[in-house]
Ligand binder design. Structure first.
Ligand SMILES: Nc1ncnc2c1ncn2[C@@H]1O[C@H](COP(=O)(O)OP(=O)(O)O)[C@@H](O)[C@H]1O
Ligand SMILES: [Mg+2]
Length: 366
């Protein structure tokens, strides 16, 4: 009998639900199946509206979305098992990150909102579901983010070399995995979120496929400098951010009305690349670097990152054994496992929490 866990996440890009089936029977976790669940057009539009509301989304709508996202997550988990030909009885638990709608790590009492009720996911799937991964870390004074460095260590840590992993989702986050097992990491700034928002605004497209539109533009050096002068980039870690900060209002405030839209897009791609490359130089210059998340599929962005990195040419995590699209989902499967085993899932050096603890609440199906 195998020991399987399912990880579910939809990141700030809101591009759908990533599901990974992880086999933890052997010495190393192994990806045993993957599936991408789609939000309906209507649900995706409502989620974008809620996320763009600067926290002013009506409570009734947020609660309704909580239930609807849970249904989409549960459906995705069941479709994953179906696709993998797996018996639900083999699954120990689901780790469900949910959908972030709000993240305020620097508030007087830091808080964050992930919707997609884990109780409902448990009820709809019949599987133990671990959810609410960020709140305990925040209650202990942490940022509740990024959680990835710990599971990046579990997946990619190497006993002889310091490695860096960058997840380019809506926001980009860096993990530094030292050979001695120490981890560090933080959100570097925008990943795809501004690129997506600008492509949607100017072209009605949900993203700039392979960065083709960005490639057609010219980087505006003055605009890039202004964007990089945002104090987030120079703030010390621990730090985390989201579209609450890096959004179209933020971009418009930098003065873009007189710029060609494709030049703005080229500048935004450069912003992501420079933000990451500078963070790598600051925190682990010269380390081997692998990229995961949707940004790894953006060939233009990967080219710009390679051009900006002073160290070895970045690869994708596929070269380190896990396809870039499934790293984060696999990570939440592993965090659910840690929760059930009573092992810590956060690292105080990363989040700033006062102590390391198992993350998440455990919800039983009945
Ligand atoms: N072929 C591609 N070309 C350009 N961008 C891509 C491509 N594939 C995915 N992306 C980007 O990746 C994003 C999704 O990345 P993901 O890692 O799922 O982010 P999140 O964790 O925020 O959901 C999309 O919104 C898009 O911006
Ligand atoms: Mg996604």
């Amino acid at each position: 009998m195998r020991t399987l866990y399912i990880g579910l996440i939809s990141g700030t890009s809101m591009d759908g639900v990533d599901a990974a089936l992880v086999d933890c029977s052997g010495a190393e976790p192994r990806l045993a199946g993957t599936h991408k669940g789609e939000y309906s057009e209507e649900l995706a539009a409502r989620l974008r509206t809620a996320a763009r509301s600067k926290g002013r989304c009506a409570l009734a709508e947020a609660a309704a979305l909580d239930a609807e996202v849970a249904a989409a997550f549960a459906e995705t988990a069941l479709a994953l098992l179906d696709a993998a030909g797996c018996d639900p009885a083999e699954v120990e638990a689901i780790g469900s990150h949910g959908q972030t709608l709000w993240h305020a790590p620097d508030a007087r009492l830091p808080h964050t909102v992930q919707i997609g009720s884990p109780a409902r996911v448990a009820a709809l799937t019949g599987m133990i579901t671990v959810g609410e991964f960020r709140s305990a870390d925040m209650a202990l004074g942490g940022q509740g983010a990024p959680l990835a460095p710990v599971f990046h260590k579990w997946l990619f840590g190497h006993p002889q070399e310091t490695r860096a992993v960058v997840n380019i989702g809506g926001i980009a986050n860096l993990s530094v995995l030292a050979a001695d097992g120490d981890v560090a990491g933080y959100d570097t700034g925008p990943g795809n979120t501004l690129l997506d928002a600008w492509a949607r605004t100017c072209r009605g497209e949900s993203y700039d496929r392979d960065g083709q539109w960005a490639r057609s533009g010219k980087v505006n050096a003055e605009l890039l400098t202004r964007l990089l002068s945002d104090e987030y980039f120079s703030a010390p870690a621990p730090k985390s951010t989201g579209p609450e900060h890096f959004n179209l209002h933020w971009l418009e405030r930098a003065g873009i009305s007189d710029k060609a839209p494709e030049d703005v897009q080229a500048t935004l791609a450069e912003l992501t690349a420079v933000g990451i490359a500078d963070a790598v130089d600051l925190s682990c210059a010269g380390a081997a670097l692998a990229v995961c998340g949707g940004g790894a599929s953006n060939s233009f962005l990967m080219e710009r990152l390679a051009a900006r990195c002073s160290g070895p040419r970045p690869v994708t995590t596929a070269e380190w054994g896990v396809h870039p699209d499934w790293v984060e989902a696999a990570g939440f499967a592993l965090l659910a496992r840690a929760r059930l085993l009573g092992e810590p899932g956060n690292d105080p050096a990363v989040t700033g929490a006062s102590t390391a603890i198992p993350l998440g609440g455990v919800f039983l199906p009945s």
